[in-house]
Ligand binder design. Structure first.
Ligand code: ZN
Length: 151
């Protein structure tokens, strides 16, 4: 019970003070996704530098506490990682949220472990994974762009 409260505090903190909320640079890879079952909407802007490192992630849009908090946590986790590291983290989180992996595997990802409490509620899982699907799409698109540039 105490743990659940702790997780709730982390989620509320990210919801009330979302990190990296706003618009990215115009050259960013932008992805927009909706979660119609809840009404969550996210616009995600990903900036990858010439070394293949995620330089910046910004998100905007509106949604429930879980979707906003999850997006906020996602940006903190992804910024500074290489594209391949970022993709591995996204895959880990999505598999865990779908129940394919032990929830405890989220522990190594800091605040994201607060999302464990959501796994029990399938309707909320869609809220929690929206931003992760968005960043996954953006990472794939930015990789394609870099390959097309011959880098
Ligand atoms: Zn939602």
């Amino acid at each position: 019970m105490e743990f659940e409260n702790l997780y709730q505090d982390i989620i509320l903190d990210h919801y009330k003070h979302p990190r990296n909320f706003g618009e990215g640079q115009p050259q960013c890879t932008a992805v927009e996704l909706d979660n119609p079952t809840c009404g969550d909407h996210i616009k995600l802007m990903l900036e990858v530098n010439e070394n293949g490192v995620v330089k910046d992630v910004k998100f905007s849009g509106s949604g429930c506490a879980i979707s906003v908090a999850s997006a906020s946590m996602m940006t903190e986790e992804i910024i500074g990682k290489s594209v391949s590291e970022a993709k591995a983290i996204v895959k880990d989180v999505l598999e865990t949220m779908r129940g394919e992996k032990e929830p405890n595997e989220l522990n190594e990802h800091g605040d994201i472990s607060a999302l464990k409490g959501v796994i029990k509620y399938p309707a909320r899982v869609k809220c929690a994974t929206l931003s992760w699907h968005a960043v996954q799409k953006a990472l794939n698109e930015s990789e394609k762009k870099q390959n097309a540039d011959g880098k």
